[in-house]
Unconditional design. Structure first.
Length: 234
């Protein structure tokens, strides 16, 4: 897990935290390069708004073994657990994946599968994908958006897809800029904290979840089911 420089130093003000989750496995994968450009542009936007911010990068490739073990055993450990905790603390995220056989990376899907269902509630995210052909351009809207809608995250309106011919096209740069502005604006507004701070108990949570240790799970004993379980009447 690596980090990009801070956008601004502002005394004791806690910096906003943007996390890149990279499912590209190459040494210099196009997915990672595209996500880095968006993250840097978002930092630039936050600097303009005088909002301190940092970016951390979670590369899923080196965590593949731990992810597989967690799927089977159910308990993330080691560097994988650290990565999950980093993502849980994020004020915004950039999720990037290569497209394989008309679908998102299985590594990314497996990583999301082991996340607590509450971990990304109200977290602004930018959705990014790369592929060897433009025929896969709809993978983001067809697969990534529904996946993170289930996680109750907040995908920004503009997604970024790049096929080989797109890298020299000025249109790609404009989409990157637009996505970065959308992400930075939501991160600067502290929308995640505002929503979860006021409405955390209004969401349906998984019992025993640990996505928000500052919001302990409580059992509501005053329900029909709980009264029946304790020998009472509904």
């Amino acid at each position: 897990m690596t980090a990009l420089p801070s956008a601004l130093e502002a005394g004791d003000t806690p910096p906003r935290r943007i996390v890149v989750v990279n499912a590209g496995i190459g040494t210099s994968s196009s997915s990672r390069r595209l996500a880095d450009r968006i993250a840097q542009k978002a930092l630039d936007q936050l600097t303009v708004q005088h909002v301190p911010a940092t970016v951390s990068v979670i590369d899923l490739g080196p965590l593949a073994g731990e992810i597989a073990h967690a799927i089977v055993g159910g308990h993330p450990q080691g560097e994988l657990l650290t990565a999950i905790q980093t993502l849980a603390a994020a004020d915004g995220a950039v999720i990037t994946t290569p497209v394989y056989k008309a679908g998102i990376s299985g590594l990314l899907k497996s990583f999301v599968d082991i996340l607590d269902n509450d971990l990304l509630i109200a977290t602004p995210i930018a959705l990014v994908a790369t592929a060897g052909t433009a025929r896969h351009a709809l993978v983001i809207d067809d697969q990534l958006r529904p996946l993170f809608a289930f996680m109750r995250a907040l995908p920004v309106p503009t997604s970024v897809f790049a096929a080989p011919e797109d890298w020299a096209d000025p249109t790609l740069g404009r989409r990157i800029d637009r996505t970065a502005v959308e992400l930075a604006t939501l991160v600067a507004s502290s929308i995640r904290s505002a929503i979860t701070g006021q409405g955390w108990d209004r969401y349906q949570h998984t019992w025993g979840g640990n996505a928000r240790p500052d919001q302990p799970q409580e059992v509501d004993f005053d329900t029909d089911l709980m009264r029946l379980a304790t020998g009472g009447r509904p």
